[in-house]
Design a protein around this ligand. Structure first.
Ligand SMILES: NC(=O)c1ccc[n+]([C@@H]2O[C@H](COP(=O)([O-])OP(=O)(O)OC[C@H]3O[C@@H](n4cnc5c(N)ncnc54)[C@H](OP(=O)(O)O)[C@@H]3O)[C@@H](O)[C@H]2O)c1
Length: 286
């Protein structure tokens, strides 16, 4: 890995950040099982140098943002909070689209309130394709909010390569957050485009997610073999692989565990040699 920082919407962030999606209760719904531990995880992350945290008003809903506020407010001056808009939760935890321009604004306003910010450094437009909302109108709504100053930078999430290019033709894009991992290269074209354009790429589900019943990464033989050879856990190998791919990759692994947090934070110093990279490259293509 070359540098350990990257520019994100004009801020310098460490490439190993933190994703807050694992902090609320099971299914990203309701309060955490252990409130004190959730607070401790957030404080430890920042104490250890994390200055890029990914969240959403719809994690909980509201729970992740309230935990971030409780643990970290007043925020350190260099902390870059990134949220996303485009979804809502029903009273039973179901996920619903909230993609219309007015709903995107409502989402930003809810994040501003719960995080107690005047401006959110970066907001991702989290795309859930719906028949009745034009992507261009969504991007325009985000631009309007950035012009008003309530958003610092506009990110895109869950977009296609075509959507990314269409959005870039309209405005500056601060980052792209799509699923991508050693076991999921379906977004390779978009990954390559971001690399070429120097746009930060923030893979979600870098460890295979908490949703998959059989984790496709942590149990993969090649990942485990590399880990055994270099003295690292499978999670560390999977994260280090992402960091080694390109300097524009920013990590936001999600965890509710202090032990996993420590593991994840130490991947910046993990070296993967050519043999390891070649073995790991074969995981996604098998
Ligand atoms: N834009 C989007 O649509 C979108 C979608 C999904 C996620 N995200 C963002 O991306 C972040 C990362 O994705 P994610 O949290 O869903 O999935 P992930 O980071 O791929 O995996 C999280 C799972 O891995 C476990 N884990 C974490 N560190 C570990 C370690 N060192 N060893 C073993 N297991 C470990 C966690 O359990 P423990 O809690 O037990 O550690 C959890 O079950 C999220 O937190 C969220 O901020 C964005």
């Amino acid at each position: 890995m070359k540098g350990d920082t990257c520019s994100l919407a004009g801020y310098t962030v460490r490439r190993v950040g933190f994703g807050a999606m694992q902090l609320p209760g099971s299914g990203v719904f309701g309060p955490p099982r252990d409130h004190g531990r959730a607070i401790a995880v957030l404080r430890r992350a920042v104490e250890a140098g994390v200055n890029h945290i990914d969240t959403a008003q719809f994690y909980g809903p509201k729970v992740a943002n309230e935990l971030i506020h409780e643990a970290l407010f007043p925020y350190p001056g260099d902390l870059v909070l990134v949220t996303k808009v485009g979804a809502a939760r029903d009273e039973r935890g179901g996920w619903a689209p909230a993609q219309r321009p007015g709903e995107l604004r409502t989402g930003v306003e809810a994040n501003l309130r719960s995080l107690e910010l005047d401006q959110i450094p970066v907001v991702n437009l989290r795309r859930l394709p719906t028949a009745d909302v034009e992507f261009g109108d969504q991007v325009d709504a985000m631009v309007e909010m950035r012009n008003e100053g309530v958003i610092g930078g506009i990110g895109l999430s869950n977009v296609t390569l075509d959507e990314y290019q269409a959005a870039r033709a309209r405005t500056e894009i601060a980052c792209v957050q799509n699923a991508f991992s050693v076991a999921d290269r379906s977004g390779q074209g978009l990954f390559d485009a971001c690399k070429q354009d120097g746009v930060p790429f923030v893979p979600f589900f870098p460890l295979g997610s908490a949703f998959a019943p059989d984790n496709p990464i942590l149990g993969a033989a090649a990942v485990r073999d590399v880990g055994a050879r270099i003295g690292a856990t499978p999670a560390q190998v999977a994260l280090a692989w992402l960091l080694h791919l390109a300097d524009n990759v920013l990590l936001i692994p999600g965890t509710s565990s202090l032990q996993h947090l420590e593991e994840n934070l130490s991947v910046g110093s993990l070296e993967l040699d050519d043999e390891a990279m070649a073995a790991l490259d074969r995981v996604g293509s098998s």
